[in-house]
Design a protein around this ligand. Structure first.
Ligand code: GAP
Length: 513
């Protein structure tokens, strides 16, 4: 656990030190769970967004994109159910005055039971070696059986109580389990209350005429309310999709873990409209397609897993998360949801407009079913960034910090370095920059010894360093150094563009899907 904490701390400090992420308004001590993307972060984020957009929109003839406004008519959120049900159960500690999500306190307690069971399994594994039968041990060892049963019982009771809005029982459970404030140990709790996560705001200048609005808590509703407009003007035939990326806002009660859970964040969502009855086929298709998109980035197959939801939201008939192995364990990265016709029907009822599709094959009107894919851009950023940050020991015993970003996503593709700051080498390096910058983000660096400059670019995640030396003056060749292998090749300046392009082009990477 300590190792994981250290890794996570390194991720946060590296992101700041190398100009990826800063706390928001830091000169005023920051704002909780709000972050700013810095000069390199904004490039990495833009590249992830583009990689998603190309895979979803450009590569699918039947998917188009939109960019709906963040502010929407307030009835949108009544129809979608967010006004009534987008709540988290919160509880305050009377002594520490700290606020927590009641369900998270209980889940953390249940997770500790799971960890205890895991410890027993690890101990037995070490004791019995090759002869160890893990499944049999889990099924028969009294302690493991007890821990697992208790964990299940707690989570089931909590789910039942939340579903029936029995908040007294949620508090009773916290008290029975003797759950204490994680920071102070106090067990002096208030009652559990529901807390709506939407941020309110006002539209209009005068107090009397101002209209209460919400900042959108998901981008999906901007797609639903535009379903008819896009279908008609784009002459879209079912099945088809509408994609969108953009900001969403949630007043999270417990916002922690850096950019994993933020109050202002960005989503990349796609709603796929299908014929009723065909949704399960498309749900499976999108589960596979989205996982393949993640795998194409090469962060390691073992770092992904599906978590199929057993307890479904009232509008869904199937739902799964793609979980990623973050520095603090496996957590949700993307959701794939079969949302039935819930949203379109609800908007029909609240707006009085028909949101239907006329199927020319069957001569029938129907409200399409929807399969949604929804991934947080900031969570993708954290997955990519934390997985790429490595401390390596080299053959000569020295160490280096390297950010092994997938080169397609790296903010800067190449750094051009004159070996010395004289003899016309800087001018030649600038000429190379002038040529390459039409195709790639490139940078120039002449400060410090070349070895230190390599290390700096390694830590920034730049896939290539191009060094201009005295031989360059004679034969127009340079050395190109590869970040990951540290291998150096002597190549012609005229070959640089092709060499870089082969490694960083979106086509090369997307073809791995
Ligand atoms: N339209 C469906 C929807 O919004 P969700 O599971 O609430 O579903 C989808 O959110 C994705 O958005 C999540 O898988 C996660 O990647 C991202 N996300 C949700 N809340 C977030 C937050 N507070 N901070 C950062 N990302 C968040």
């Amino acid at each position: 656990m300590a190792k994981q904490d250290d890794l996570f701390k390194n991720v946060v400090s590296h992101a700041k030190e190398y100009g990826y992420i800063f706390p928001s308004s830091e000169i005023y001590d920051g704002l909780s769970a709000v972050y700013d993307y810095a000069q390199n972060g904004v490039e990495l984020k833009k590249n992830i967004r583009e990689y998603w957009w190309k895979a979803m929109v450009q590569m699918h003839e039947n998917i188009v994109g939109i960019d709906a406004a963040i502010l929407m008519h307030p009835t949108t959120w009544k129809a979608s159910g967010h006004v009534d049900a987008f709540n988290d159960p919160l509880i305050d500690n009377k002594d520490s005055k700290k606020r927590y999500r009641a369900d998270v306190l209980i889940e953390d307690y249940a997770e500790k039971l799971n960890q205890k069971a895991q410890k027993e399994i690890e101990k037995a594994k070490a004791r019995y070696g090759d002869a160890f039968n893990e499944q049999e041990f889990i099924a028969t060892n009294a302690r493991v059986v007890e821990y697992k049963a208790k964990q299940r019982e707690i989570l089931e009771r909590m789910a039942r109580s939340l579903e029936t809005e029995n908040l007294e029982d949620v508090k009773a459970l916290i008290e029975e389990l003797e759950i204490a404030d994680p920071e102070t140990g106090s067990r002096n709790w208030t009652d559990v209350k529901q807390f709506n996560l939407m941020f309110g705001t006002k539209l209009g200048a005068s107090a009397e005429s101002a209209m209460d609005l919400y900042l959108r808590p998901e981008t999906a509703q901007g797609i639903f309310v535009n379903f008819q407009n896009v279908q008609k003007t784009g002459r879209m035939k079912i099945p088809f999709g509408i994609a969108q990326t953009g900001k969403a806002f949630r007043n999270e009660i417990v916002a922690r873990q850096f950019i994993f859970r933020m109050r202002e964040f960005e989503q990349m969502e796609m709603q796929f409209f299908v014929k009723p009855g065909e949704e399960m086929k498309w749900y499976e298709y999108w589960k596979t397609t989205r996982l393949n998109w993640h795998l194409s980035l090469g962060l390691g197959q073992e770092n992904y897993r599906f978590h199929d939801h057993e307890k479904l939201a009232h509008y869904a008939n199937a739902a799964a998360d793609i979980e990623f192995n973050f520095p603090f364990g496996f957590k949700e990265l993307e959701g794939i949801h079969s949302r039935t016709d819930f949203d379109l029907k609800a908007h029909e009822q609240h707006s009085g407009r028909k949101l239907q599709y006329f199927d020319t094959e069957t001569n029938q009107n129907y409200v399409p079913y929807v399969v949604e894919t929804s991934v947080g851009l900031d969570r993708m950023f954290l997955a990519v960034f934390s997985n790429s940050l490595k401390e390596e020991t080299l053959e000569d015993g020295s160490t280096r910090t390297v950010l092994r970003l997938p080169s397609v996503l790296a903010p800067t593709k190449a750094a051009v370095l004159p070996l010395v700051k004289k003899d016309g080498l800087p001018e030649l390096a600038q000429e190379i920059i002038e040529d390459l910058k039409w195709d790639f983000n490139v940078t120039y660096d002449e400060k410090d010894a070349v070895g230190r400059r390599y290390r700096r670019q390694d830590a920034l995640g730049t896939p290539f360093c191009i060094t201009v030396d005295h031989q360059t003056l004679e034969d127009k060749t340079v050395t190109i150094r590869h970040r990951d292998s540290m291998k150096q090749d002597r190549v012609k300046i005229s070959e640089l563009k092709d060499i870089i392009n082969r490694e960083v082009s979106m086509k090369t990477w997307l073809m791995k899907m």
